[in-house]
Design a protein around this ligand. Structure first.
Ligand SMILES: C[C@@](CO)(OP(=O)(O)O)[C@H](O)COP(=O)(O)OP(=O)(O)OC[C@H]1O[C@@H](n2ccc(N)nc2=O)[C@H](O)[C@@H]1O
Ligand SMILES: Nc1ncnc2c1ncn2[C@@H]1O[C@H](COP(=O)(O)OP(=O)(O)O)[C@@H](O)[C@H]1O
Length: 305
């Protein structure tokens, strides 16, 4: 095998219930992940330099804000995989980025997942998905889901996954923002807001109306059930997102929510045509950098060639 290309989706969180802060610095979650048709692509090739070097190149509009050294999550994942295989292996990784960077859509985790799948194939390791998910969980809480895809409930840090059957396809509009939001800062702001309000974090529980809406493929009910405990924190750090959410609601979206730690905002539509209408209205309202439409659920990281 000389090169392997993997396509990997972004996610939106349909429910993000943030529980208490744990001793390890993470929060216990109920994180209902949903993979959507906005993809990064990663190609892993045999290294042009020595057999043990790992290089990363990033292409795409937002490539400038992605690290290309050892901090790149794809590079970290490839090194962790090589260590697990007990061998010193190299690869040239090329990432074609379409998922917004630091946008709350898990683009870095997606690239880590893509690197695990691509290098597993390139190096002929043959590790099963569950082993890749274990390695991925140490790279980032969202990496196991990027491997699995579809719709799933994540517990623990978000890495303990239970797949959810959905009764149909859902249509989405995403308002991409200028600049990103740091995930640890948003969790920190969530803790700060709770403390200031004298609130104790409740143990997170999956929403029954949300689960019923997913099973039935009922977009209207799903729109009403979307919930994100990080949204007040994201809005406190980036107040302009309030206008973006309002513009989507005014445009007739069935639901409007900050995606994960933000600043991307997600809007649920009733059909592909409805999504195009909401996207047009959002573009006209001038409340974001750009607008994309997508649908979900879609599969996780898969070899595309
Ligand atoms: C918020 C979510 C929602 O899916 O994703 P994004 O919206 O940022 O993509 C996730 O919980 C982010 O997952 P991920 O981006 O993989 O985070 P990690 O690298 O594991 O952790 C980064 C930091 O976020 C905080 N963190 C993360 C997960 C968790 N359950 N509790 C936390 O408090 C911790 O401060 C941690 O040091
Ligand atoms: N392959 C990668 N793609 C995007 N960001 C990366 C990558 N590797 C490391 N990062 C770093 O991770 C941070 C969070 O990225 P990302 O996963 O896109 O955001 P989020 O956690 O909001 O979904 C970025 O600010 C960037 O510095």
């Amino acid at each position: 095998m000389i090169e392997v290309t993997v396509r990997v989706p972004a996610k939106v969180n349909l429910q993000l219930a943030v529980g208490p802060l744990r001793d390890d610095g993470f929060h216990d979650l109920v994180n209902v992940f949903h993979a959507v048709s906005l993809f990064d692509e990663l190609t892993a090739s045999e290294p042009a330099a020595s057999a043990e070097t790992l290089t990363v190149r990033v292409e795409g509009e937002s490539a400038g804000s992605v690290p290309t050294g050892e901090d790149n999550l794809a590079s970290k994942a490839a090194r962790a995989l090589a260590a697990r295989a007990g061998a010193s292996r190299g690869a040239d990784l090329l990432i074609r980025k379409a998922i917004p960077v630091a946008g709350g859509m898990a683009g870095g985790s997606a690239d880590a997942a893509a690197a695990l799948v691509a290098c597993n194939e390139l190096w002929g390791l043959g590790l099963p998905l569950e082993n890749l998910m274990e390695i991925g969980a140490d790279i980032g809480s969202d990496v196991p889901f990027a491997l699995l895809g579809g719709t799933a409930v994540g517990r623990g840090k978000g890495e303990l996954l239970t797949p959810v059957e959905t009764g149909g396809t859902f249509h989405w509009v995403f308002a991409l923002a200028d600049g990103g939001l740091s995930t640890p800062k948003v969790y920190g702001e969530c803790d700060r807001l709770r403390e200031a309000a004298g609130e104790e974090a409740a143990w997170p529980i999956a929403s029954e109306p949300l689960m019923a809406a997913l099973h039935e493929g009922d977009a209207k009910a799903l729109g009403l059930a979307l919930v994100n405990d990080l949204q007040p924190a994201a809005l406190a750090l980036r107040p302009s997102l309030g206008r973006t959410l309002d513009a989507g609601r005014d445009a007739g979206a069935l639901g409007a929510i900050v995606s994960g730690s933000g600043p991307t905002c997600a809007f649920l539509a009733g059909s592909g045509t409805h999504a195009a209408e909401v996207a047009l209205a959002l573009t006209g309202a001038g409340v974001c950098r750009s607008v994309v439409t997508a649908s979900g659920p879609v599969p996780g990281a898969v070899v595309a060639g």
